[in-house]
Design a protein around this ligand. Structure first.
Ligand SMILES: [Zn+2]
Ligand SMILES: [Zn+2]
Length: 247
């Protein structure tokens, strides 16, 4: 009888070990996106990992007129970036204002000169205190000025945003002596204002705006492309001026 009791005791003990596992007093760590609920002492797990939860696509690095940005889709639970994609600006304006400063524009114009292997030259300069992107070719030159709140931007304001109007000015003499360079300057001008344009499209716009001027008795020619309006006319000093405005 005594022997039978001890066997029962051993069985009971074995059973209790089976029932309580290793005998660990589990300390549970809640499940995460990638790991199930886990005991921090014995690493036993229960259930499954929760899995990531796709959030909204948000801007990680903001695109500029010079560089592409990134958009990431984070997990709403743990915040990890599930996907990251590159994006570029499709236009250089927002709410009736250009996104760049006058100094940025000159830099963009210079970048285009280099990338398209143009023979014209651009630098920033000050004329009567105003900021000008000074373009030179051969013996002639052209200038680009910027305005904000209907007032021309001063040189000191070259890093100020909020430009609403831009004007490219060149003399009839320049158009006569250096017509190819002027056309190039105009094509680069259109492209520096609109990243969506190809060289061919900008070239076509250049042809259209000059043809429009030639055949218009009022000597005004306007064209609209991708929300930007360019108007070619003669200014007060009988120079050619392409005035650029936004909707
Ligand atoms: Zn445990
Ligand atoms: Zn997650």
């Amino acid at each position: 009888m005594k022997r039978k009791i001890s066997v029962l005791l051993i069985l009971a003990l074995a059973l209790s070990i089976i029932l309580t596992g290793c005998g660990c007093d589990h300390q549970w760590k809640e499940a995460t996106c990638t790991e199930p609920k886990t005991c921090t002492l014995c690493e036993e797990t229960e259930g499954e990992a929760l899995g990531h939860n796709k959030g909204e696509l948000t801007i990680g690095v903001e695109a500029t007129i010079f560089n592409a940005g990134t958009k990431t889709r984070p997990c709403t639970n743990c915040g990890i970036a599930l996907t990251t994609e590159r994006y570029e600006l499709v236009s250089y304006f927002e709410d009736g204002k250009f996104l760049f400063t006058a100094a940025d524009f000159t830099k963009k114009y210079q970048e285009l000169i280099t990338s398209l292997d143009s023979t014209i030259y651009a630098k920033e300069s000050s004329e009567e205190g105003g900021y000008v992107t000074d373009i030179s070719f051969g013996t002639q030159n052209a200038g680009i000025c910027f305005a904000k709140d209907d007032v021309a931007l001063t040189y000191e304001e070259k890093d100020v945003k909020g430009i609403e109007e831009i004007v490219l000015v060149f003399s009839p003499q320049a158009a006569l002596d250096e017509s190819t360079a002027v056309a190039e300057a105009v094509i680069l001008y259109f492209m520096a204002l609109d990243p969506a344009l190809t060289v061919e499209e900008a070239g076509q716009m250049c042809t259209n705006i000059f043809n429009g001027f030639t055949y218009n008795s009022e000597k005004v020619s306007s064209l609209e492309k991708n929300g930007i309006t360019h108007t070619l006319m003669l200014d007060g000093s009988s120079n050619f001026a392409i005035l650029t405005t936004l909707e």
